[in-house]
Ligand binder design. Structure first.
Ligand code: S3P
Length: 448
């Protein structure tokens, strides 16, 4: 269980040039999926480069609770002996997914068409997040959920006894919802179809195909139509997890902003459904080169060479790009504050239901640091002046990406920037502190 009872206050100071190689951890989305699909396969899945952050460890524990054998062999090197599609056993304990929306939502999908019951809970952040977006489509398969008001956790899900396949159009751009429906469709007879009007990250589709499912993806006037043939025999695979572009975003943006920096971030996923921040940074004038492009484990990857970029300018990120950079808006808002001119982030209302309301968390913290901005329900506008006064303590609100974003701001603000709690960083980027220190960043823990 990843409930942080002891906050870890942290502070970041203006830093000299950042230099070196930043080996960021494995991709969080792919790590969750590798464990879950390994558990739903027959035979052994061998995962290398698994992210050993708290979110993913909670998913590993959950897969054990549903009957899979999950073993850590060495750092990042894990083996899963699965139970096959429809083979999940009923857990004897409550499943605690900690801080992880991805973990709980994908696991609910994976069990929804097996006739077992499970009760899910999480930390104070996860238990505030909406689950109706998952339990509504799962009900179409025949699963039943009883949770707190608004479909919040703790919640008990009773899987369908005689599942039926589903055709479902995503009401919001969410890879978690899409993935939950596809994972539920695995144990339903016939074809389950998900239509996504706006494309979202496609790791589930890629990995399902790799594990032996029949899955067809076509573009239509309604959007992307994903058709999964139910009840496949999934077989264990080798999965090499690429490094996480969402974690890479923090050292990359720090290097762009800190004068004189030059860093390399090797082996980062360049999946086009995750690339929005990098497209945006280049539009702003960032100096990023994508070297040695290659394919690793069904995902495109490259080595990023990033240099200090002195002439950054404000841009508008269109709504149709939002899904491909949904986790990167907090750090983009820091870059925007340090750029010259106005940056408008459009179509970002999904940020309001992440680990925190990320628009509100960034807006309040940036204002406290002296940044001028405006927000609406669905947009965040930052007026960059090329410098940020800083000198504030910002709330991280149990949100790893908010904590890391403000700490990167502290490396370039005129005065240090503190966060009230850096503990959530361990959910996705457990080596953030030593990695940033190794590049030359001055980030410290302070007394509570
Ligand atoms: C994720 C999907 C996104 C993202 C999250 C990881 C996934 O959430 O914010 O960090 O692995 O499918 P939504 O599906 O809610 O957009």
């Amino acid at each position: 269980m990843s409930v942080h009872s002891t906050p870890i206050p942290m502070i970041a100071h203006k830093s000299g040039p950042l230099a070196g190689v930043a080996e960021v951890p494995g991709d969080k989305s792919i790590s969750h999926r590798a464990l879950i699909l390994g558990a739903l396969s027959v035979g052994e899945t061998h995962i290398t480069g698994l992210l050993e952050g708290e979110d993913v460890i909670d998913t590993a524990k959950a897969m054990r609770a549903f009957g899979a054998t999950v073993t850590r062999v060495a750092e990042g090197d894990w083996r899963v002996n699965g139970v096959g599609v429809g083979g999940f056993a009923e857990p004897t304990q409550v499943i605690d997914c900690g801080n992880s929306g991805t973990g709980v939502r994908l696991i609910m999908g994976a069990m929804a068409t097996t006739p077992i019951a499970a009760t899910f809970t999480g930390d104070a952040s996860l238990n505030k997040r909406p689950m109706g977006r998952i339990t509504d489509p799962l009900a179409l398969f025949g699963a039943r959920a009883v949770g707190r008001a608004g479909g919040r956790l703790p919640l008990t899900l009773v899987g369908a006894v005689d599942p039926v396949p589903v055709r479902y159009t995503l009401p919001m751009p969410s890879a978690q919802v899409k993935s939950a429906v596809l994972l539920a469709g695995l144990n339903a007879p016939g074809e389950t179809v998900v239509i996504e009007p706006e494309p979202t990250r496609d790791h589930t589709e890629r990995m399902l195909r790799g594990f032996g499912a029949e899955i067809d993806v076509t573009d239509s006037a309604e959007g992307r139509v994903i058709t999964l043939k139910g009840q496949p025999d999934l077989t264990g695979q080798s999965v090499a997890v690429p490094r996480d572009p969402s974690s890479a975003a923090f050292p990359v943006c720090a290097a762009i902003l800190v004068p004189g920096s030059e860093i390399t971030v090797p082996g980062v996923s360049r999946n086009p459904t995750r690339d929005g921040l990098y497209i945006t940074l280049i539009e702003m004038g960032a100096d990023i080169a994508f070297e040695n492009p290659r394919d690793e484990g069904g995902e495109p990857v490259a080595d990023l060479r990033v240099k200090y970029s002195p002439a950054l300018k404000g841009v508008t990120t269109p709504a149709e790009r939002a899904a491909s950079m949904i986790d990167e808006f907090p750090i983009l808002s820091v870059v925007a504050a340090m750029a010259q001119g106005t940056t408008v982030m459009q179509g970002v209302k999904e940020l309001r239901v992440k680990e925190s309301d990320r628009i509100d968390a960034m807006a309040r913290g940036l204002e406290a640091c002296g940044v001028t901005l405006e927000e609406t329900e669905d947009t965040l506008t930052i007026h960059g002046t090329g410098a940020v006064p800083g000198g504030a303590v910002c709330e991280s609100r149990l949100d790893h990406r908010i904590a890391m974003s403000f700490l990167v701001l502290g490396l370039v603000a005129d005065q240090p920037v503190a966060v009230d709690d850096g503990a959530p960083i361990a959910t996705s980027f457990p080596v953030f502190e030593p990695l940033m220190a190794g590049l030359g960043a001055r980030i410290e823990r302070t007394a509570p």
